[in-house]
Ligand binder design. Structure first.
Ligand code: CA2
Length: 148
């Protein structure tokens, strides 16, 4: 069975509760529940973790090395400056798909740069909740074509 870890970074626990005009009305729990069904239909074991702490995300990435086949991550604002998360992704040598609800290229200039994209196998951004499903589907297709 393919095992995937879904990681969500800082403030994504506020989804659906604040700024619905930017990030939508659904909570993270709503999205994760639908992703669990999506994964189960494909015989995929999906685990998930959200943290507002950079160190906890780094530790979760390290732990993933022995436990999963790939990672889907919405790193939140860490996308734009976390060299620690970048180094963790490089260090575990797992395929990682970076995903964003919003189109980071159509927002403020400081969001246009991701320090993580270069160490990820791909990036999905701008499709709201659908970004997560596209990212997970793309990761599964990647794994099917490039097995360990
Ligand atoms: O578009 C995305 O998914 C982001 O990763 C979301 C981050 C942002 O810093 C990135 O530039 C792009 C912010 C997540 C904050 O989510 C909130 C949700 C509701 C209310 C406030 C923040």
């Amino acid at each position: 069975m393919t095992r995937i870890l879904l990681l969500n970074g800082p403030n994504l626990n506020l989804l659906g509760l604040r700024e619905p005009e930017v990030y939508g009305r659904e909570t993270l729990a709503d999205i994760v529940n639908d992703l669990l069904s999506f994964a189960a239909e494909r015989d995929v074991e999906l685990s998930d973790f959200q943290s507002n702490s950079e160190g906890e995300l780094v530790t979760a990435i390290h732990g993933a090395r022995e436990t999963v086949d790939g990672i889907v991550i919405n790193p939140g604002a860490y996308t734009h400056y976390s060299i620690a998360i970048r180094d963790a992704i490089s260090g575990v040598a797992l395929p990682v798909v970076e995903t964003h609800l919003s189109n980071i290229h159509a927002r403020e200039p400081f969001r246009k740069e991701s320090v993580l994209s270069a160490v990820c196998v791909g990036v999905v951004a701008g499709f709201g909740r659908h970004s997560y499903f596209v990212a997970l589907d793309a990761l599964l297709r990647h794994l099917a074509h490039e097995p360990k």
